[in-house]
Design a protein around this ligand. Structure first.
Ligand SMILES: Cc1ncc(COP(=O)(O)O)c(C=O)c1O
Length: 431
């Protein structure tokens, strides 16, 4: 359970915010007057209809069938089965991923692309196999389009410093929505300051989703890049990336999609979406921390200069200059996170084994259930669009209980969850 506070001033909330499992906002932006928990008389358990709980327990679900795969959940906390509601911040790891990591270190730990011996050949094969798995998972046309990075943040910085510094100039515009994660805003602020480019922000509409009419209004021939999330970690909204890409390409702009909250939860097809860049983090998709990836169209990657220097990113090194390897090596300086990449490959096998459509269908059901159950709590304010036939909501929820500070509520729920609430919230958002 994380406390949610908005990361950027464009999104202002009138009172404290709590989030079930969704994500982390930086509390420094919230400056509300609030009552402490001592004056709170909220009993979430009393809100739970026992019949609902019974039916939840009775019906076998994807959550129930996958729970045994996650060793960390096989423990009790505060006398209750552990419920983990923070999957948007980072997901737990199934045994298959833990075993892949252990097997790498036990059986073939070695550096990649720089040894002739058996272990190095095996490590290199497995590392490159993980790259192919990522490519297949997001339907990239070529595994050279996948660059391993430390996380999504580093992937965005790679694009900002490599593509951005060599393609943006004074007066160029970068369009970003106010609902982006700060990892998708700050790198562009830094690069815009260096080159004199201008950041333009797309506002939210009355349904609390980025206003696509506003996006179309701000797009112009000055636009060189559009940075958008696929699924918002704050609002749970899902953006129509294919259309956005079309509009951006019509004015000659490139599109970078932050897919941190979509790649783990739905089928993402980069060729169908026709995006130029897309980033995601392994640790949000049942894989290890310390590894993420950048997808980039191969012709764009091939035209980009290196981001960091040294290691396998070179072709030849002279004393006065160097020549660079082709992508993806050009962007993978130094020894990469080998075991972690292999673990990410195992996570992709795990998710693919269940099936991304199956996961998505289940989460649509969970998301609707979560939204409806939270809505029945008095004085709650849920952020983002209401789910409907037309509006998709991801299975996450940012909310705010009037006059209760999110830290208080999160602490209370973390320490005092009754079994009933545990079961219902688990059904709502975990797995
Ligand atoms: C939508 C979104 N983008 C980017 C990030 C940053 O991911 P990482 O910290 O793994 O780089 C997050 C993490 O919460 C996220 O939810």
């Amino acid at each position: 359970m994380e406390v949610l506070v908005p990361k950027f001033q464009s999104l202002k909330f009138p009172s404290p915010i709590c989030c079930c499992s969704i994500t982390t906002w930086n509390s420094s932006y919230l400056n509300f007057g609030f009552r402490r928990l001592s004056s709170l008389s909220v009993s979430a358990a009393s809100k739970v209809n026992e019949a609902v709980v019974e039916s939840v327990i009775a019906s076998p679900s994807l959550g129930h069938s996958t729970r045994p795969h996650f060793p960390i959940l096989h423990q009790e906390v505060n006398g209750s089965k552990l419920v983990y509601l923070d999957n948007a911040a980072t997901s737990q790891k199934p045994t298959a991923v833990l075993k892949a990591l252990q097997n790498y270190y036990e059986a073939y730990n070695s550096n990649v692309h720089r040894g002739i011996h058996f272990l190095s050949a095996k490590a290199t094969d497995e590392y490159e196999s993980a790259r192919r798995k990522v490519a297949t998972f997001i339907n990239a046309s070529d595994s050279r389009e996948i660059i391993f990075t430390r996380n999504a943040t580093e992937a965005i910085n790679l694009v900002a410093y490599s593509w951005g510094l060599s393609n943006l100039k004074s007066g160029d515009e970068i369009i970003v929505t106010v609902a982006e994660h700060h990892s998708a805003i700050v790198p562009w602020q830094l690069v815009a300051q260096k080159v004199g480019a201008v950041l333009k922000f797309v506002t939210l509409n009355q349904d609390e989703v980025p206003d696509l009419d506003n996006l179309k209004e701000v797009l112009s021939r000055k636009t060189k890049l559009v940075v958008v999330h696929h699924v918002s970690n704050v609002l749970a909204s899902v953006l129509p990336i294919r259309e956005i890409t079309q509009w951006a390409h019509d004015v000659g702009a490139k599109v970078l999609v932050d897919a941190c909250q979509s790649v783990p939860h739905m089928i993402v097809d980069v060729q169908n979406l026709n995006v130029d860049f897309l980033v995601a983090s392994s640790h949000k998709m049942c894989g290890p921390t310390g590894i993420g990836f950048l997808y980039g169209k191969i012709d764009i990657l091939s035209s980009m200069p290196p981001f960091l220097g040294g290691g396998e990113m070179i072709s030849d090194v002279y004393l006065d200059h160097s020549t660079y390897a082709e992508p993806p090596s050009r962007f993978e300086a130094g020894t990469p996170a080998i075991g972690e990449a292999i673990g990410l490959g195992a996570a992709i096998d795990y998710l693919s084994g269940i099936g991304m459509q199956t996961i998505h269908d289940y989460e649509v059901e969970l998301g609707r259930y979560l939204y409806e159950r939270l809505l029945s709590i008095p004085n709650i304010r849920i952020y983002g669009p209401a789910p409907s036939e037309e509006v998709q909501r991801a299975a996450l929820c940012s909310f705010n209980v009037e006059n209760v500070h999110p830290t208080d509520l999160a602490t209370f729920l973390d320490q005092q969850l009754s079994d009933q609430v545990t079961i219902v919230l688990n059904r709502s958002i975990a797995t």
